[in-house]
Design a protein around this ligand. Structure first.
Ligand SMILES: *Cc1c(COP(=O)(O)O)cnc(C)c1O
Length: 422
């Protein structure tokens, strides 16, 4: 597929629509998503996993806007959630709770109870203590909870430390020896149904080897349990496949390459006919979205040139949080003279930057800049810091578009507050 974001007559488009016309209609900053790009990513995963009995559970935290979830619901996907709020979003978008897996280290009793009552497919359990609480809540309700144990395979995903989760010093998952013991005891528990094993080793992985190393450890555990008379039915690989942020360094494997590698690693389990789950987030929605922002000021000090734009770290937190790189393009006339500049927002933090030392066309106040690969962990991580309303979100499909989220109003930002005279 040609990139959904492309120039026509020096004017950047998303599918058939010019980004300028969208910015004109909804204002800036705003997120714009290509429905075709999201659907193409889903198709790529489905093709890659062909031959396995699989279920794709989209990781809702990557982008939890209802309009995005709806596209994935329509494609028959399941969901990986980490809070009750995400379950309710999935349901509000028409998603089936029985296709939901619930991950996360800090599920509350209330969340566990609500998820059980919604009859979700599976809890990915992250500790012995959590397993006990799930068993207790299920017993009180007179039901059996379907669970998988999230093991910590202790492999280095070779990604940013903040998004590495499968090392033994991380807070996620259960160590292999503890998991082995818990499988034995949970298998006998009347309120628990042990369905499978799960892992998620990190995000933005740019090689297949950490995945295959992790799978090899899970495979060994599954075979060991089989010998002990415990037969698992699901194996969940988590998410984590990286995307190309255009920095020119490591280009991550495609879903196709990922699929080939994991199929090979899973071969020793062929006789068990397990259902293979995966939980991609970033690689489904990341490349499909951009953040549109307008230049407010150009500012040059002796040392540096700054583009001050109307989007900030509250809109797109990744550069401030992980020092991450996003590709940037002028929405009009990309071929003009370039300059080395920092791109910064209006927030009162030095960490409020979108790019540093970037070579970009010289943009004037009022012009539009397109921040690419912003569909994942962009809007879902946005906040109201500096009392900034979160921007609009627009979904494009061909020459059609819809505002899937209106810009927040200042009234909404203050709605739950009151002054008190004490
Ligand atoms: C965040 C997360 C994912 C998705 O990771 P991506 O890198 O966006 O694919 C999947 N599973 C779990 C448990 C997660 O926490």
């Amino acid at each position: 597929m040609i990139s959904p974001f492309h120039y026509r007559a020096d004017e950047l488009h998303c599918e058939e629509l010019s980004l300028s016309s969208i910015a004109e209609e909804v204002g800036t900053p705003c997120y714009v998503y290509s429905q075709s790009a999201i659907e193409a990513a889903v198709t790529a995963y489905q093709a890659a996993l062909q031959g396995l009995r699989y279920r794709i559970c989209y990781s809702v935290k990557a982008n939890s806007s209802l309009g995005i979830l709806r596209v994935l619901v329509a494609r028959g996907l399941g969901a990986d959630i980490v809070s009750l709020g995400e379950l309710r979003r999935w349901q509000a978008a028409g998603g089936d709770p029985r296709k939901v897996v619930f991950s996360g280290v800090g599920k509350t009793r209330e969340e566990i109870d609500a998820a059980l009552m919604a009859d979700i497919f599976l809890f990915n359990v992250e500790s012995e203590e959590e397993l006990a609480v799930i068993a207790e809540v299920a017993r009180t309700r007179g039901v059996r909870a379907r669970v998988a144990l999230r093991v910590n395979p202790d492999v280095d995903p070779q990604t940013h430390p903040y998004i590495s989760t499968g090392l033994k010093q991380n807070k996620f998952g259960i160590s292999m020896p503890t998991a082995r013991r818990l499988f034995e005891s949970a298998a006998k528990h009347p309120s628990l149904e042990i369905l499978g094993i799960d892992c998620h080793i990190g995000s933005q992985l740019t090689k297949t080897s950490p995945f295959t190393d992790a799978v090899a450890r899970l495979v060994a555990m599954v075979l060991d349990l089989e010998r002990a008379g415990i037969r698992l039915r699901t194996l969940d690989l988590g998410g984590g496949l990286g995307i190309d942020y255009g920095k020119g360094d490591a280009v991550p494997p495609s879903p196709g390459e990922y699929g080939l590698a994991i199929k090979e690693a899973l071969a020793p389990l062929a006789h068990l006919d397990m259902e293979i789950l995966c939980e991609p987030g970033r690689s489904i929605v990341g490349p499909a979205g951009v953040l549109l922002t307008r230049v407010l000021y150009r500012k040059a000090s002796e040392a540096k040139h700054f583009l001050i734009v109307d989007a900030a770290m509250n809109d797109l937190m990744r550069p401030a949080l992980y020092n991450s790189y996003h590709p940037m393009q002028a929405v009009r006339d990309p071929a003009r003279t370039a300059i080395t500049t920092d791109v910064v927002g209006p927030i009162c933090e030095t960490g409020d930057f979108l790019a540093r030392e970037r070579n970009l066309p010289v943009l004037d106040a009022g012009e539009l800049l397109c921040v690419g690969a912003a569909g994942a962990y962009g809007s879902s991580m946005s906040s109201n810091y500096n009392t900034r309303p979160r921007g609009a979100e627009v979904l494009v499909h061909g020459d059609k578009h819809a505002v899937i989220r209106r810009r927040e109003t200042l009234e909404q930002l203050m709605a739950n507050e009151q002054v008190a005279e004490l």
